[in-house]
Design a protein around this ligand. Sequence first.
Ligand SMILES: NC(=O)c1ccc[n+]([C@@H]2O[C@H](COP(=O)([O-])OP(=O)(O)OC[C@H]3O[C@@H](n4cnc5c(N)ncnc54)[C@H](O)[C@@H]3O)[C@@H](O)[C@H]2O)c1
Length: 455
Amino acid sequence: MRVTIIGTGYVGTVAGACFAETGNHVCCVDKDASKVAALSAGKPIIYEPQLEQLVRRGLARGNLSYTTSVRDGTRGADVVFMTVGTPSNAEGDADLGFLEEAARETARAMDGSLIVVNKSTVPVGTHRLVAEWLRSEAAHPFEVVSNPEFLREGSAVRDFLRPERVVLGTGSKTAFETLKQLYLPFVTDERLILETDPVSAELTKYACNSFLATRISFMNELSRLCEALGADIESVRHGMALDARIGRHFLQAGIGYGGSCFPKDIRALLATAKDAGVPLSIVAATEDVNETQKTHLMSAVHRHFGASLAGRTVALWGLAFKPDTDDVREAPALILARELARTGARVRAFDPVAGANARALLHPEVELCESAYEAAENADGLVLATEWPELVRPDYPLLKRYMREHVLFDGRNALSMSQARGHGFAYYGVGRGAPGKKGARRDTKRLPLGSGRAA
Ligand SMILES: NC(=O)c1ccc[n+]([C@@H]2O[C@H](COP(=O)([O-])OP(=O)(O)OC[C@H]3O[C@@H](n4cnc5c(N)ncnc54)[C@H](O)[C@@H]3O)[C@@H](O)[C@H]2O)c1
């Protein structure tokens, strides 16, 4: 099949390279010439495990290419996927400007009948707008399909190659069957390709993200109660996660969710619900809790060091909104960096891959370091903001030698509390009581549940 992808960000680059893996002829279009040049040279500018190998393989096979021209990219195409950004506007609605531009350009470039698939996350009803934009400029027939994407940054290639489900919202049997053929190589069972109407498809994406965010905010709010009562949220989480009705994913208390999807998608769903006259109070509370959670760890920092951090140096480990990505959009680490600097601390930050992206968004006085231990040099305290595997198992004796005072603020409950305390560190987690307070003394002895962060 001849497939065009419009927008080579996290979703488009992965989708394009994966569709090429299964033998399709794929052309990816982006208006950002620097992205197109980098991809054409086999060097994606985003960090995503396995992506570079896939892009290089596709280029070498000759069935994957990149261009800045929608006209060149859509020549002879059977299917065009829209994977452009849909950021929040000032009111919290999804800004559909990129999508409209992409749809209109596609309509003008069409050289035959086309299936136009919207993979961007869009408010319910956007498929109708896309059809209108196309209709006003297209000289050929088309079908519109809503196909929300569920990949997770950090495991995007794996997720795309083995999706848990594929949701296809369309009223056209032909369009559904064509896309089903495109996706069949990726699924273990064709029943995982769900046929639905476009409105339900669009809402499914928001429902998933807001439900997952709700679980996170629930645990974050509960963690505050744990702190007040001297309970350990990690122990509570463990007891909850073994309940098959609850499961283990997205129960991790921490410094709040961030990234390019949850915050904006929740705002967009709230805006849609308001317009529909059906306020979603649970989703609204989820967002409220998340906003306050981003700075909640600062209360532990101030409890330890006092209201002013003047003269203090704080190491900040992790800037990406989660491990295995260089994405810093709405990352809680950036809020913590700002708060630490605002209250007088000298902040020395390190992230294994997201430093360059964070630079433009960080408070100008935050220093970016080349290594985790360099960031910790002469620090009075250390804040863990992203649970990168290489950061959560530090060499405690070495860290102790680097730091001036030995205080750890674990914003992800990912360090070993017992090891940290065993090596003489004061340890503050989220929802784990203060050091020396009754309760919250030991790491929870766990069945192999994993972190529960993976999904
Ligand atoms: N990032 C994720 O993990 C993820 C997961 C699922 C769904 N989504 C959704 O997918 C969409 C894309 O997300 P992303 O993170 O890949 O975005 P992104 O910002 O990383 O990439 C979007 C790309 O589209 C390009 N673009 C914009 N308008 C264009 C046009 N008219 N013609 C050509 N290129 C154009 C931009 O230059 C950019 O490279 C969003 O709606 C997002 O909510 C994202």
